[in-house]
Design a protein around this ligand. Structure first.
Ligand SMILES: NC(=O)c1ccc[n+]([C@@H]2O[C@H](COP(=O)([O-])OP(=O)(O)OC[C@H]3O[C@@H](n4cnc5c(N)ncnc54)[C@H](OP(=O)(O)O)[C@@H]3O)[C@@H](O)[C@H]2O)c1
Length: 295
């Protein structure tokens, strides 16, 4: 099993995780009507991740997928898993976060969360109260690490000042080889301050699953040195080869895709290969580059 430490902790995670955000067509009927279409396939996809050596699962209270994670992890030793979830900004008050955490614990069927994240930025006083509650949850043993998501550099710097007892473990951002804005500011700051990064949209929402986008030359060179690799394995491996503190979290909804993507682990590209790949990806454009979506 390919394992690395999560940040400065001794907790062992697979270099890549899986995400469980699907879309609003899943969230709204699941939340309002309890209709969960395709539930079994989604659970199988999360199980496929576990069977492929991935022990790191990302969810959120808003996704309506915590119960699917609970189903998928049945029978797996809890200390072999790394479960990350998120609290939604609507609940950023001291009591709100405590309540949300209790609910997430129940829905996940566990008594602790490995990484509890603030899903999005909000007014500073609300973020401050939410972090105060999260620190209390760490003291109680219900949460192991605190993270944030969709905070820019300035907001991240400010959030850090709200920590009184513990430290910020991670942030989660829109990041992939064709959308590298955070490498200009947030990523160097995270490296310096030992903050891990969870990369969402690592496949550019599917754009980076088309083998023609990078061109034959670079694909063939990587194949020559590392054996047959698919485009998703290569673009996910890019994170792992380049950064030891960045973890891609492509979504798990199709078991075959999950098994394929797990093949991004266990090998590393050379700096020269990384450079060629980045050059090939320069012309790739995907949807919604203008703004970082927050789901
Ligand atoms: N913090 C936030 O605000 C935030 C925002 C967005 C997302 N996220 C997290 O990040 C995760 C990933 O985001 P995402 O799912 O939107 O984007 P993504 O992982 O970049 O792309 C997913 C798309 O790629 C396809 N795909 C995956 N593997 C493939 C393969 N091997 N071959 C062909 N197609 C493949 C998927 O299809 P299939 O589904 O059919 O496999 C899906 O259409 C979410 O699940 C969520 O946990 C967080």
């Amino acid at each position: 099993m390919d394992r690395v430490n999560f940040g400065t902790t001794d907790m062992k995670i697979s270099p890549m995780g899986v995400g469980t955000y699907y879309d609003f067509k899943w969230i709204a009927p699941a939340k309002v009507l309890g209709i969960k279409s395709g539930k079994d396939r989604k659970i199988s996809a999360i199980r496929a991740a576990l069977e492929s050596g991935i022990n790191f699962i990302d969810t959120a209270e808003i996704y309506q997928t915590e119960p699917l994670v609970m189903e998928a992890i049945k029978g797996v030793k809890r200390d072999e898993l790394f479960l990350a979830t998120k609290v939604f900004p609507l609940h950023y008050s001291y009591d709100g976060v405590i309540k949300s955490c209790k609910r997430s614990l129940r829905k996940l069927g566990t008594n602790y969360i490995d990484l509890y994240q603030l899903h999005m930025h909000a007014k500073p006083e609300r973020v401050k109260e939410a972090i105060r509650a999260m620190e209390h949850l760490v003291d109680e043993g219900k949460v192991r690490n605190i993270g944030i998501s969709n905070f820019n550099l300035e907001q991240t710097r400010e959030a850090i000042t709200f920590f009184k007892k513990h430290t910020l473990a991670s942030t989660q951002m829109n990041f992939n080889i064709a959308h590298r804005n955070i490498e200009n500011d947030l990523l160097p700051f995270c490296r310096e301050n030992k903050i891990s990064i969870l990369a969402y949209y690592p496949l550019a929402h599917g754009v980076l699953t088309d083998s023609s986008v990078l061109g034959q030359e670079v694909m063939q060179e990587i194949e020559k040195n590392h054996g047959k690799k698919t485009i998703t394995q290569i673009v996910l491996n890019w994170f792992i080869s380049k950064y030891d503190f960045v973890h891609p979290i492509p979504r798990a909804s199709n078991p075959d895709h999950v098994k394929e993507n797990a093949g991004c682990m266990g090998w590393k590209m050379t700096p020269e290969e990384i450079e060629k790949l980045e050059k090939a990806a320069q012309s790739v454009r995907g949807p919604s580059w203008s703004g970082d979506n927050t789901n």
